[in-house]
Design a protein around this ligand. Structure first.
Ligand code: FE2
Length: 446
């Protein structure tokens, strides 16, 4: 049944979708008729200021059995390890690496997508719509009669272990590891899982993800717009006598409200503000075919722009399987100090610059201006390797959340999670000087 889910394709299009059980549910020629087809309620979901230029204006019209407002008052609830307090612990400029984040056994502790949100790091201020957070989700149970929406920002969700069946007001999406999805601000959703489940979330406040500009690459390449998939309208007219719980993240805190019906009661919708998913296998990889290592920005899937030209609040970057053909070149990523901060995760396989230690389901953080680069083993091998065309990263998918913000790591990230690898720095200890002041090695030059 899950494989039969339908989608419509495109990035940020003006989409329109009706549940086939109610043909003609979308009003014709207007958004807000006196009486809607099938006696539905019309509700607009605004993802941008009304007055944004057309290129950035985001909204959708939802035609639903009852409007979203039919809920009891919100009350504060326990929020576990979800936080936006960036001053919990002292800053730590060290290279940080985490072992795979542990998922509790369902027999010991049931955890769903919302109770399984753990904030790892972040920066900025929710109230001024400026900043990001990186969360790890670990769960083993589906959300039952419970949905979630985020008033603070957009979630870019990267599943690493286990499928997510996501019910949204726009329809259903199945998101598997090696796919990503984006649930934008305000959209209600509920997540079913099928066992132990883990992944990463990049939350951006106040901006939406866009496809990066392609510049001289041209009209095609990287993530192509037609490969983004949007769910089709699907509704349930379901009464929930015991009460349905709507959880809201508002100003970084969790609140819950009860209502008597499922919120997935949207019979038809149209607009350009929707959830969407993307299969990373569809990324059209561009890289060096002559010499030198291109900067990793060539692998940008989605970007959340700041107001400064060319500077992202956050980029989502992947390191996909590809050919390595560069000549006269140290092919792994170069040694680097970056004004941006780089969080990396691994969906599967082994990352090319560190074959050991960096494990799928774990992560690493190289903060602003903190040095990083290949480990001693990788440097030794890549400096001597015969430079023939070779496949790189087959069976692997590493990714990076790169941000212009300087990230604070939470107490959970540094201590409570108990996954921090205290020996990370040692992977560079085997690097030795190879300096030969009296011998200019000609093979090192073109
Ligand atoms: Fe870097």
């Amino acid at each position: 049944m899950l494989a039969n889910l339908k989608y419509i394709s495109g990035f940020g299009n003006e989409f329109a979708s009706e549940d086939p059980r109610c043909p003609g549910a979308l009003p014709e020629g207007q958004n807000n008729p006196q009486v809607c087809p099938y006696n539905l309620y019309a509700e607009q979901l605004s993802g941008s200021a009304f007055t944004c230029p057309r290129s950035t204006n985001k909204r959708s019209w939802l035609y639903r059995i009852l409007p979203s407002v039919i809920h009891k008052p919100f009350e504060s609830i326990e929020q576990g390890h979800l936080t936006h307090n960036w001053d919990e612990v002292e800053p730590d400029p060290n290279q940080l690496r985490w072992k795979p984040f542990e998922i509790p056994k369902a027999s010991q502790k049931k955890m769903d997508f919302v109770s399984g949100l753990h904030t790892l790091c972040g920066a900025g201020d929710i109230r001024s719509n400026s900043g990001i957070a990186i969360h790890i989700f670990i769960c083993n149970a589906s959300m039952v009669n419970k949905c979630f929406y985020n008033s603070d920002g957009d979630f870019l969700i990267v599943p690493q272990l286990g499928k997510l069946l996501i019910y949204t007001e726009f329809g259903k999406m199945l998101v598997e590891p090696n796919e990503i999805c984006v649930i934008q601000r305000g959209m209600r959703f509920s997540v079913d899982v099928f066992g132990e489940t883990r992944g990463y979330i990049l939350e951006v406040y106040g901006v939406h993800f866009e496809l990066p500009d392609l510049g001289p690459i041209g009209a095609n390449g990287l993530a192509n717009p037609r490969d983004f998939l949007v769910p089709v309208a699907w509704y349930e007219d379901r009464q929930v006598p015991g009460g349905y719980t709507v959880i809201n993240k508002y100003q970084g805190k969790l609140f819950a409200a009860k209502q008597d019906v499922s919120p997935f009661n949207v019979v038809a919708w149209h607009g350009n503000y929707t959830p969407y998913k993307y299969n990373l296998e569809n990324f059209m990889v561009i890289n060096s075919v002559a010499f030198d290592h291109a900067d990793p920005s060539i692998f940008t899937v989605l970007t959340a722009k700041s107001v400064r030209p060319g500077v992202a609040i956050a980029d989502f970057v992947i390191f996909p399987p590809r050919w390595g053909v560069a000549e006269h070149t140290f092919r792994p990523p170069y040694y680097h100090r970056n004004c941006m901060s780089e969080f990396m995760g691994l969906i599967k396989g082994h990352y090319e610059a560190k074959q050991e230690g960096f494990q799928s389901g774990g992560g690493s953080l190289h903060s602003a201006m903190t040095p990083h680069g290949p480990d001693g083993d990788c440097f030794g091998k890549a400096s001597k390797a015969k430079l023939e065309p070779e496949r790189i990263a087959d069976g692997t998918m590493a990714f990076m959340f790169e941000t212009s913000l300087s990230l604070a790591v939470t107490k959970w990230g540094l201590k409570t999670c108990n996954c921090l690898d205290g020996n990370y720095y040692k992977c560079w200890e085997t690097l030795r000087s190879h300096f030969t002041p009296k011998f200019r090695n000609p093979t090192g030059h073109k």
